[in-house]
Design a protein around this ligand. Sequence first.
Ligand SMILES: NC(=O)c1ccc[n+]([C@@H]2O[C@H](COP(=O)([O-])OP(=O)(O)OC[C@H]3O[C@@H](n4cnc5c(N)ncnc54)[C@H](OP(=O)(O)O)[C@@H]3O)[C@@H](O)[C@H]2O)c1
Length: 233
Amino acid sequence: MTTALITGANKGIGYEIARLLGQEGVTVLVGARDTARGEAAAERLGARFVQIDVTSPESVVAAAKQIGDEYGALDILVNNAGVALGAEPPSGTTVEVTRAVYETNVFGVIEVTNAMLPLLRRAPAARIVNVSSEVGSLTAAGDPDNSFYALNMMAYQSSKAALNMITVCYAKEFRETPIKINACDPGYCATDMNDHQGPRSAEEGARTAVRLSLLGADGPTGAFVGGEGSLPW
Ligand SMILES: NC(=O)c1ccc[n+]([C@@H]2O[C@H](COP(=O)([O-])OP(=O)(O)OC[C@H]3O[C@@H](n4cnc5c(N)ncnc54)[C@H](OP(=O)(O)O)[C@@H]3O)[C@@H](O)[C@H]2O)c1
């Protein structure tokens, strides 16, 4: 049995990652902070619900215990839960807003990853996928010819840049093990996060994360990957 926990899987890209992994025969654990929304999504998917608020250490520890008690190990962790706050220019972006974004997009990923690692180590070849964004690419943000050059959402973009570095750091620690840790960019997808303005569907956005979740032994680790392949940091 291959098990996968996807955080923020009650809707949007996370829900589609859960659905597509389920189609691949993976035993899907639908992570969601809200019990009613999580149970409803899990029921639609024919999957298990796991309560997990990535900003709550107690909730994360309880989720790890639940998974450990029921499954003993975890093969795939998809750190998908994310928030996008703070559209003001940097001079108007408060520390409070920035902190709120980092709590979920950065600290939440570390909290969940470290809590799940004992279970991931027990799997034969675990995969960790961090759902990042190309808007976190320093290369893209600094290139006047890049379509993301005009975007300047400091809190969100810097949180994803931090997530990219976090991906590299974990990958280095585990490079001599079968565990692979990669970051993905779903592309601009129509979800609640952007009032459904993105041109791609959440399903399309989910595909790269699914591919990285199911990577073979010859796949990369410490990579940043989009729908068209490798992306610049
Ligand atoms: N949409 C895009 O174009 C796009 C592009 C690049 C990257 N991404 C990334 O893709 C990921 C998914 O985004 P999305 O577009 O699918 O957004 P979404 O529809 O707003 O979904 C976000 C999910 O994260 C959950 N979440 C937020 N805070 C959480 C917390 N503290 N604990 C647990 N779950 C939490 C939400 O739960 P609730 O329902 O309870 O709020 C929801 O399930 C995010 O990391 C986002 O940054 C999105």
